[in-house]
Design a protein. Structure first.
Length: 519
């Protein structure tokens, strides 16, 4: 009887529990920004730079999260705690929405808490929520989309297709790959009884609204030669490590947390094979479509479809919650959540920046979870990439400042800094404030569009990994000014040369196009 009361929509007890879990998750994600030993993540430098160059589009992402970042910076600054506030709040809201979705599917208080808890213990969620990017807002968007889809079926409210269309447009303005979810849902609709919605004009009006919302970004893309298409093609060909299909599946299980497998596998069973889940079957099929695409595409990055597990957690909590009410399994009712939390705590250092680097390196080595998810990384890093790329930035800026101090005052107005990576240029822009450094330029992604340096710039600090031969191709005078070393960073950033070059052989405006890098 108590369980039935707690399963009712609007239950104060359920809301209190879900809010408590959401608050706990918020603190777990946000506090490392205050007390953790790590700094900015490489992409955060880039996104901050993008927010200084507001536009309707960028080479590697749409503009929504960048506009939001600009608002955050204007309101509370760009310190680490300020920057990580939005991802942490998005994660907390996602946890609450998952529990609410479970309630709509019929889960009681225990099931709702279990669905939320399952999402709190996955290393992949700690990883993507621990720094500012498009992913935190993306996870929340996926979760809300699934909640709306459940409500459309549960309450027979086709008017919600209009709201879903608006949300889909915002999702596309946050990440282009949100379109994969829409495509997977379309397959699910076509293969199930939910295809009846295709006759409802409100669904098509919703799609039209989504198109109108993404249209400004499409116009920007067309006006700039569709750079995102080239970026995604290059990432697939040169950046992302191909992964065997079965390894893709294994990485999904590990990244979500192996002990959460009963919950999301139960969700798949709920949607595909139970009578109660029949009207939501298109949601289970959508997940399968996404997983198959990952396996066929040999995509080894588990964050690509991390949002799809939100609906599986909600559906699985119904079956698992009911199963654990049986007399023979009743003891597991308390044991299983405790095991989930313990496993989440054990795996947290893999995704969260909470332990000292040397401790983290020993820990992940003992667990055997230091994946190399990108090509060209060379030597295996001691830390996972999402942690290693928070190290060494202050040291880089100090080394560049030391080289800058070598330049004669009469040359200062004609000096620029050029780097191949948006991370290096972005770190110099942000961490070099107040150090009287020359302006920084980079050849990668949207930084390329913000160049070239002025043709009058004939003194250049080149931040490696350019070779001397490569530098002399563009300059008559090249000297090695410094070698930058960093502990615990990604290997490609360790031991790189910093060159001081003079007397360019070609104008920047002529040389810049051939230096472009979309990756």
């Amino acid at each position: 009887m108590t369980e039935d009361l707690h399963s009712r929509p609007g239950s104060k007890a359920a809301n209190t529990v879900l809010l408590g879990l959401a608050l706990a998750f918020f603190l777990v994600e946000w506090l490392p920004a205050i007390i953790g030993p790590y700094g900015y993540f490489i992409d955060e430098f880039y996104y901050i730079a993008c927010s200084d160059h507001l536009a309707l589009g960028y080479v590697d992402h749409p503009p929504l999260s960048i506009f939001l970042l600009r608002l955050v910076r204007e309101a509370i600054g760009d310190s680490l705690p300020a920057l990580r506030l939005v991802p942490s709040l998005a994660g907390a809201a996602t946890v609450f929405v998952i529990g609410l979705t479970a309630r709509r599917l019929g889960a009681g208080l225990f099931g709702q808490a279990l669905a939320a808890l399952a999402a709190m213990v996955g290393p992949v969620y700690h990883t993507v929520l621990s720094y500012y990017s498009m992913n935190p807002l993306g996870l929340l968007t996926w979760a809300v989309v699934f909640l709306i889809l459940v409500e459309i079926e549960r309450q027979h409210r086709p008017r919600l297709w209009l709201l879903l269309g608006v949300l889909a447009g915002l999702g596309l303005q946050n990440k282009h790959t949100f379109g994969l979810l829409l495509a997977a849902l379309a397959v699910g609709l076509l293969l199930t009884r939910a295809r009846r919605h295709l006759k409802d004009r409100r669904l098509w009006i919703g799609l039209a609204l989504a198109f109108l919302l993404i249209l400004p970004n499409l116009a920007w893309q067309a006006g700039h030669g569709w750079p995102s298409i080239e970026f995604y093609r290059n990432a697939q060909a040169y950046k992302n490590n191909p992964t065997a299909p079965l390894a893709v599946l294994a990485q999904q299980v590990l990244s979500i947390n192996p002990l959460a497998l009963p919950v999301w596998l139960g969700g798949l069973i709920f949607f595909l094979f139970t009578k109660r889940g029949r009207r939501y079957r298109h949601l289970g099929i959508a997940y399968l479509v996404l997983l198959i695409l990952m396996m066929l595409g040999r995509q080894g990055r588990p964050d690509r479809i991390a949002g799809a597990y939100m609906i599986l957690f909600a559906g699985g909590s119904v079956l698992v919650g009911e199963a654990l009410r049986r007399r023979c399994l009743r003891r597991l009712r308390w044991v299983y959540p405790v095991l989930l939390m313990l496993s989440g705590a054990a795996l947290a250092p893999v995704g969260l920046p909470i332990l000292q680097p040397e401790t983290t390196a020993r820990y992940v080595a003992a667990l055997g979870v230091v994946p190399q998810i990108e090509k060209g990384a060379g030597k295996q890093a001691a830390l996972p990439q999402w942690l290693a790329d928070r190290m060494g930035w202050e040291e880089l800026v100090s080394d560049v400042a030391a080289v800058s101090a070598m330049i004669e005052p009469r040359e200062r107005d004609r000096t620029v800094i050029v780097a191949p990576s948006y991370g290096q240029a972005g770190a110099i822009d942000l961490l070099g404030r107040g150090r009287d450094l020359p302006p920084a330029y980079a050849t990668q992604n949207s930084y390329f569009h913000w160049g070239p340096p002025p043709d009058s710039a004939d003194v250049v600090i080149i931040v490696g990994p350019f070779s001397e031969e490569g530098a002399r191709h563009y300059f008559e005078e090249v000297e090695l000014a410094r070698i930058h070393n960093c502990d615990w960073c990604m290997p490609w950033r360790d031991g790189i040369p910093i060159w001081l070059a003079r007397k360019p052989k070609v104008l920047w405006s002529d040389a810049w196009p051939e230096l472009r890098s979309y990756e």
